[in-house]
Design a protein around this ligand. Structure first.
Ligand code: NAP
Length: 289
Protein backbone atom coordinates (compact mmCIF):
# COMPACT_ATOMS: atom_id res chain seq x y z
CA UNK A 1 0.00 0.00 0.00
CA UNK A 2 1.54 3.40 -0.96
CA UNK A 3 2.42 4.99 2.38
CA UNK A 4 3.67 8.44 3.38
CA UNK A 5 5.40 9.03 6.74
CA UNK A 6 5.41 12.74 7.56
CA UNK A 7 8.11 13.34 10.17
CA UNK A 8 10.16 10.23 9.36
CA UNK A 9 13.34 11.84 10.74
CA UNK A 10 12.05 11.82 14.32
CA UNK A 11 11.99 9.17 17.03
CA UNK A 12 8.57 7.73 16.20
CA UNK A 13 9.01 8.35 12.47
CA UNK A 14 12.31 6.45 12.45
CA UNK A 15 10.68 3.43 14.07
CA UNK A 16 7.83 3.65 11.57
CA UNK A 17 10.34 3.56 8.70
CA UNK A 18 11.54 0.18 9.92
CA UNK A 19 7.97 -1.15 9.84
CA UNK A 20 7.09 0.50 6.50
CA UNK A 21 10.39 0.18 4.57
CA UNK A 22 8.80 1.06 1.21
CA UNK A 23 7.10 4.22 2.46
CA UNK A 24 8.05 7.72 1.35
CA UNK A 25 9.37 9.60 4.40
CA UNK A 26 9.79 13.31 5.08
CA UNK A 27 12.07 15.49 7.22
CA UNK A 28 12.17 19.16 8.14
CA UNK A 29 15.62 19.94 9.64
CA UNK A 30 17.27 16.51 9.93
CA UNK A 31 17.81 15.07 6.47
CA UNK A 32 18.28 11.33 6.18
CA UNK A 33 18.88 8.83 3.39
CA UNK A 34 15.87 8.64 1.09
CA UNK A 35 13.87 11.29 2.96
CA UNK A 36 12.22 14.21 1.17
CA UNK A 37 11.83 17.70 2.66
CA UNK A 38 8.41 18.89 3.83
CA UNK A 39 7.15 21.62 6.12
CA UNK A 40 3.58 20.79 7.14
CA UNK A 41 2.83 24.47 7.80
CA UNK A 42 3.11 24.97 4.00
CA UNK A 43 -0.28 23.78 2.74
CA UNK A 44 0.73 23.97 -0.93
CA UNK A 45 3.81 21.83 -0.28
CA UNK A 46 1.72 19.26 1.60
CA UNK A 47 -0.79 19.13 -1.27
CA UNK A 48 1.97 18.79 -3.88
CA UNK A 49 3.70 15.92 -2.07
CA UNK A 50 0.45 14.08 -1.41
CA UNK A 51 -0.56 14.52 -5.09
CA UNK A 52 2.82 13.10 -6.17
CA UNK A 53 2.97 10.11 -3.77
CA UNK A 54 -0.78 9.38 -3.84
CA UNK A 55 -0.60 7.48 -0.53
CA UNK A 56 -3.41 5.23 0.62
CA UNK A 57 -2.01 5.55 4.15
CA UNK A 58 -0.52 8.67 5.76
CA UNK A 59 1.29 8.39 9.10
CA UNK A 60 1.71 11.77 10.84
CA UNK A 61 4.18 11.82 13.74
CA UNK A 62 5.45 15.29 12.67
CA UNK A 63 4.90 17.84 15.41
CA UNK A 64 6.54 20.37 17.70
CA UNK A 65 6.60 18.05 20.74
CA UNK A 66 8.82 20.14 23.05
CA UNK A 67 6.33 20.89 25.82
CA UNK A 68 8.11 23.89 27.35
CA UNK A 69 8.95 25.37 23.96
CA UNK A 70 5.24 25.20 23.06
CA UNK A 71 4.40 27.04 26.28
CA UNK A 72 6.95 29.77 25.53
CA UNK A 73 6.03 30.05 21.84
CA UNK A 74 2.34 29.17 21.52
CA UNK A 75 2.15 30.71 18.04
CA UNK A 76 4.74 28.28 16.71
CA UNK A 77 3.00 25.40 18.47
CA UNK A 78 -0.34 26.38 16.94
CA UNK A 79 1.20 26.80 13.46
CA UNK A 80 2.83 23.36 13.52
CA UNK A 81 0.70 21.24 15.84
CA UNK A 82 -2.71 22.55 14.80
CA UNK A 83 -2.26 24.31 11.43
CA UNK A 84 0.19 21.73 10.07
CA UNK A 85 -1.99 18.84 11.16
CA UNK A 86 -4.99 20.53 9.52
CA UNK A 87 -3.08 20.85 6.22
CA UNK A 88 -2.28 17.13 6.25
CA UNK A 89 -5.80 16.14 7.32
CA UNK A 90 -7.38 18.10 4.47
CA UNK A 91 -4.96 16.61 1.93
CA UNK A 92 -5.70 13.09 3.24
CA UNK A 93 -9.45 13.74 3.06
CA UNK A 94 -9.27 14.99 -0.54
CA UNK A 95 -7.43 11.85 -1.60
CA UNK A 96 -9.50 9.48 0.56
CA UNK A 97 -6.33 8.28 2.34
CA UNK A 98 -6.33 6.67 5.78
CA UNK A 99 -4.61 8.96 8.32
CA UNK A 100 -2.83 7.92 11.50
CA UNK A 101 -2.25 10.94 13.75
CA UNK A 102 0.07 10.68 16.77
CA UNK A 103 -1.21 12.34 19.91
CA UNK A 104 -0.30 12.43 23.57
CA UNK A 105 -1.36 11.61 27.12
CA UNK A 106 -0.89 15.36 27.68
CA UNK A 107 -4.43 15.92 26.34
CA UNK A 108 -5.42 14.89 29.91
CA UNK A 109 -5.08 16.88 33.13
CA UNK A 110 -3.17 14.17 35.01
CA UNK A 111 -5.63 13.91 37.88
CA UNK A 112 -6.51 10.26 37.33
CA UNK A 113 -4.30 8.44 34.82
CA UNK A 114 -3.72 6.11 33.16
CA UNK A 115 -6.56 7.12 30.86
CA UNK A 116 -8.75 4.87 28.73
CA UNK A 117 -9.61 5.84 25.13
CA UNK A 118 -13.04 7.19 26.13
CA UNK A 119 -11.81 9.36 29.03
CA UNK A 120 -12.62 13.06 28.71
CA UNK A 121 -9.56 15.14 27.72
CA UNK A 122 -8.78 18.27 29.72
CA UNK A 123 -5.36 19.66 28.80
CA UNK A 124 -3.48 21.91 31.22
CA UNK A 125 -0.76 23.33 28.96
CA UNK A 126 -0.37 24.78 25.45
CA UNK A 127 1.05 21.59 23.95
CA UNK A 128 -1.83 19.51 25.31
CA UNK A 129 -4.44 22.02 24.13
CA UNK A 130 -2.94 22.05 20.64
CA UNK A 131 -2.68 18.24 20.42
CA UNK A 132 -6.34 18.04 21.42
CA UNK A 133 -7.28 20.71 18.83
CA UNK A 134 -5.42 18.66 16.21
CA UNK A 135 -7.26 15.48 17.24
CA UNK A 136 -10.55 17.35 16.75
CA UNK A 137 -9.47 18.54 13.28
CA UNK A 138 -8.46 15.02 12.24
CA UNK A 139 -11.76 13.55 13.44
CA UNK A 140 -13.76 16.21 11.61
CA UNK A 141 -11.86 16.10 8.31
CA UNK A 142 -10.91 12.47 7.80
CA UNK A 143 -13.46 9.69 8.10
CA UNK A 144 -10.84 6.97 7.93
CA UNK A 145 -8.54 7.96 10.78
CA UNK A 146 -6.68 6.58 13.77
CA UNK A 147 -5.56 8.80 16.64
CA UNK A 148 -2.70 7.03 18.41
CA UNK A 149 -2.06 8.52 21.86
CA UNK A 150 1.24 7.62 23.47
CA UNK A 151 3.26 8.58 26.54
CA UNK A 152 6.99 9.03 27.18
CA UNK A 153 8.29 7.49 23.95
CA UNK A 154 11.83 6.08 24.10
CA UNK A 155 14.11 4.11 21.83
CA UNK A 156 17.59 3.95 20.35
CA UNK A 157 18.50 6.97 18.22
CA UNK A 158 22.21 7.62 17.54
CA UNK A 159 21.92 11.38 18.13
CA UNK A 160 18.60 11.17 19.86
CA UNK A 161 17.45 13.43 22.62
CA UNK A 162 14.75 11.22 24.10
CA UNK A 163 14.74 10.68 27.86
CA UNK A 164 16.48 7.29 27.86
CA UNK A 165 19.17 8.35 25.37
CA UNK A 166 19.89 11.36 27.60
CA UNK A 167 19.97 9.08 30.64
CA UNK A 168 22.38 6.69 28.93
CA UNK A 169 24.74 9.55 28.05
CA UNK A 170 24.67 11.05 31.56
CA UNK A 171 24.88 7.65 33.25
CA UNK A 172 27.96 6.71 31.21
CA UNK A 173 29.60 10.03 32.14
CA UNK A 174 28.48 9.77 35.79
CA UNK A 175 26.84 13.21 35.53
CA UNK A 176 23.87 14.12 37.74
CA UNK A 177 20.42 13.86 36.20
CA UNK A 178 17.42 15.47 37.92
CA UNK A 179 14.33 13.34 37.37
CA UNK A 180 10.78 14.05 38.55
CA UNK A 181 9.52 11.68 41.21
CA UNK A 182 5.87 12.74 40.91
CA UNK A 183 5.19 12.41 37.16
CA UNK A 184 3.54 9.15 36.17
CA UNK A 185 3.29 7.73 32.68
CA UNK A 186 3.18 4.63 30.52
CA UNK A 187 6.59 4.56 28.79
CA UNK A 188 6.20 3.60 25.16
CA UNK A 189 8.96 1.76 23.30
CA UNK A 190 9.12 3.26 19.80
CA UNK A 191 9.68 -0.03 17.86
CA UNK A 192 6.79 -1.67 19.70
CA UNK A 193 4.57 1.35 18.99
CA UNK A 194 5.50 1.20 15.29
CA UNK A 195 4.71 -2.52 15.08
CA UNK A 196 1.33 -1.93 16.73
CA UNK A 197 0.59 0.94 14.34
CA UNK A 198 1.41 -1.27 11.35
CA UNK A 199 -1.09 -3.82 12.57
CA UNK A 200 -3.75 -1.25 13.50
CA UNK A 201 -3.34 0.65 10.23
CA UNK A 202 -3.94 -2.56 8.29
CA UNK A 203 -7.09 -3.30 10.31
CA UNK A 204 -10.36 -1.53 9.66
CA UNK A 205 -10.33 0.01 13.15
CA UNK A 206 -11.07 3.74 13.35
CA UNK A 207 -10.91 6.25 16.20
CA UNK A 208 -8.68 6.61 19.24
CA UNK A 209 -6.14 3.96 20.22
CA UNK A 210 -3.57 3.86 23.02
CA UNK A 211 -0.61 1.82 21.71
CA UNK A 212 1.54 2.68 24.76
CA UNK A 213 3.46 0.45 27.13
CA UNK A 214 1.59 -1.56 29.79
CA UNK A 215 3.56 -0.38 32.83
CA UNK A 216 2.45 2.61 34.90
CA UNK A 217 5.34 4.15 36.76
CA UNK A 218 6.97 7.39 37.82
CA UNK A 219 9.74 8.97 35.81
CA UNK A 220 12.25 8.27 38.58
CA UNK A 221 11.30 4.58 38.81
CA UNK A 222 11.56 4.27 35.04
CA UNK A 223 14.93 6.04 35.15
CA UNK A 224 16.19 3.68 37.89
CA UNK A 225 15.05 0.69 35.86
CA UNK A 226 16.88 2.07 32.83
CA UNK A 227 20.04 2.59 34.91
CA UNK A 228 19.84 -1.02 36.11
CA UNK A 229 19.32 -2.37 32.58
CA UNK A 230 22.23 -0.27 31.24
CA UNK A 231 24.46 -1.34 34.13
CA UNK A 232 24.91 2.05 35.84
CA UNK A 233 24.98 2.78 39.55
CA UNK A 234 21.80 4.87 39.89
CA UNK A 235 23.43 7.39 42.27
CA UNK A 236 23.61 9.86 39.34
CA UNK A 237 19.79 10.04 39.36
CA UNK A 238 18.50 12.83 41.59
CA UNK A 239 14.76 12.64 42.38
CA UNK A 240 13.04 16.03 42.37
CA UNK A 241 9.45 17.19 42.48
CA UNK A 242 7.89 18.90 39.47
CA UNK A 243 7.68 22.31 41.21
CA UNK A 244 11.42 22.10 41.93
CA UNK A 245 12.09 21.84 38.18
CA UNK A 246 10.41 25.23 37.57
CA UNK A 247 9.44 24.27 34.03
CA UNK A 248 7.48 26.82 31.98
CA UNK A 249 4.63 24.38 31.21
CA UNK A 250 2.46 22.71 33.83
CA UNK A 251 2.71 18.92 33.79
CA UNK A 252 -0.18 16.48 34.12
CA UNK A 253 1.21 14.47 37.04
CA UNK A 254 -0.79 11.25 36.88
CA UNK A 255 -0.77 11.04 33.09
CA UNK A 256 -0.24 7.94 30.95
CA UNK A 257 -2.71 6.01 28.83
CA UNK A 258 -4.29 2.65 29.52
CA UNK A 259 -3.37 0.35 26.63
CA UNK A 260 -5.63 -2.61 27.43
CA UNK A 261 -8.42 -1.95 24.92
CA UNK A 262 -5.79 -1.33 22.23
CA UNK A 263 -3.78 -4.44 23.13
CA UNK A 264 -7.03 -6.41 22.76
CA UNK A 265 -7.29 -5.23 19.13
CA UNK A 266 -3.83 -6.59 18.30
CA UNK A 267 -3.40 -10.16 17.13
CA UNK A 268 0.35 -10.36 16.68
CA UNK A 269 1.93 -7.34 18.44
CA UNK A 270 2.42 -7.29 22.20
CA UNK A 271 3.08 -3.78 23.44
CA UNK A 272 6.46 -3.97 25.21
CA UNK A 273 6.76 -3.46 28.95
CA UNK A 274 9.40 -1.11 30.33
CA UNK A 275 12.05 -3.74 31.14
CA UNK A 276 11.56 -5.51 27.82
CA UNK A 277 11.79 -2.26 25.84
CA UNK A 278 14.87 -1.09 27.73
CA UNK A 279 16.62 -4.46 27.27
CA UNK A 280 15.93 -4.36 23.54
CA UNK A 281 17.15 -0.76 23.40
CA UNK A 282 20.36 -1.81 25.14
CA UNK A 283 20.88 -4.56 22.54
CA UNK A 284 20.39 -1.99 19.75
CA UNK A 285 22.93 0.35 21.37
CA UNK A 286 25.47 -2.46 21.78
CA UNK A 287 24.97 -3.59 18.19
CA UNK A 288 25.56 -0.04 16.94
CA UNK A 289 28.66 0.58 19.13
N1 NAP B 1 8.30 11.62 22.39
C1 NAP B 1 7.35 11.49 23.28
O1 NAP B 1 7.61 11.18 24.45
C2 NAP B 1 5.91 11.66 22.90
C3 NAP B 1 4.92 11.47 23.87
C4 NAP B 1 3.59 11.64 23.52
C5 NAP B 1 3.26 11.98 22.21
N2 NAP B 1 4.24 12.17 21.29
C6 NAP B 1 3.85 12.55 19.93
O2 NAP B 1 4.42 11.61 19.03
C7 NAP B 1 4.76 12.27 17.81
C8 NAP B 1 6.21 11.97 17.44
O3 NAP B 1 7.08 12.47 18.46
P1 NAP B 1 8.64 12.21 18.37
O4 NAP B 1 9.11 11.91 19.73
O5 NAP B 1 8.97 11.27 17.26
O6 NAP B 1 9.14 13.68 18.00
P2 NAP B 1 10.53 14.10 17.31
O7 NAP B 1 11.55 13.04 17.48
O8 NAP B 1 10.83 15.48 17.79
O9 NAP B 1 10.13 14.16 15.77
C9 NAP B 1 9.30 15.17 15.28
C10 NAP B 1 9.27 15.04 13.77
O10 NAP B 1 8.46 16.10 13.25
C11 NAP B 1 9.19 16.76 12.22
N3 NAP B 1 8.71 18.12 12.16
C12 NAP B 1 8.76 19.08 13.13
N4 NAP B 1 8.19 20.21 12.67
C13 NAP B 1 7.77 19.96 11.41
C14 NAP B 1 7.13 20.73 10.40
N5 NAP B 1 6.80 22.03 10.59
N6 NAP B 1 6.89 20.16 9.19
C15 NAP B 1 7.24 18.87 8.97
N7 NAP B 1 7.84 18.09 9.87
C16 NAP B 1 8.11 18.64 11.08
C17 NAP B 1 10.65 16.62 12.63
O11 NAP B 1 11.49 16.83 11.50
P3 NAP B 1 13.08 17.22 11.69
O12 NAP B 1 13.57 16.44 12.89
O13 NAP B 1 13.69 16.75 10.40
O14 NAP B 1 13.14 18.69 11.90
C18 NAP B 1 10.64 15.17 13.10
O15 NAP B 1 10.68 14.30 11.98
C19 NAP B 1 4.46 13.75 18.03
O16 NAP B 1 3.21 14.03 17.46
C20 NAP B 1 4.38 13.90 19.52
O17 NAP B 1 3.50 14.95 19.87
C21 NAP B 1 5.55 12.01 21.60
Amino acid sequence: MPTLIIGASGLVGGALRNEFPDATGTYLRHAGPGLVPLDITDAAAVDALVARVRPELILLPAAQPAVDRCELDPDESERVNVGGTGNVARAAARLGARLVYFSSDYVFDGAAGPYEVDAAPCPINVYGRHKLAAETLVRAAVADHLIARVSGVYGYQPDGKNFVMALARLGAAGERMRVPSDQWGTPTYAPSLAAAVRELAASGHRGIVHPAGPDYLTRIDFARLAAEVFGYDDAFLVPVTTPELEQPAARPLRAGVDNRSTQALLRTTRLAGAREGLCDMRRCMEAAA
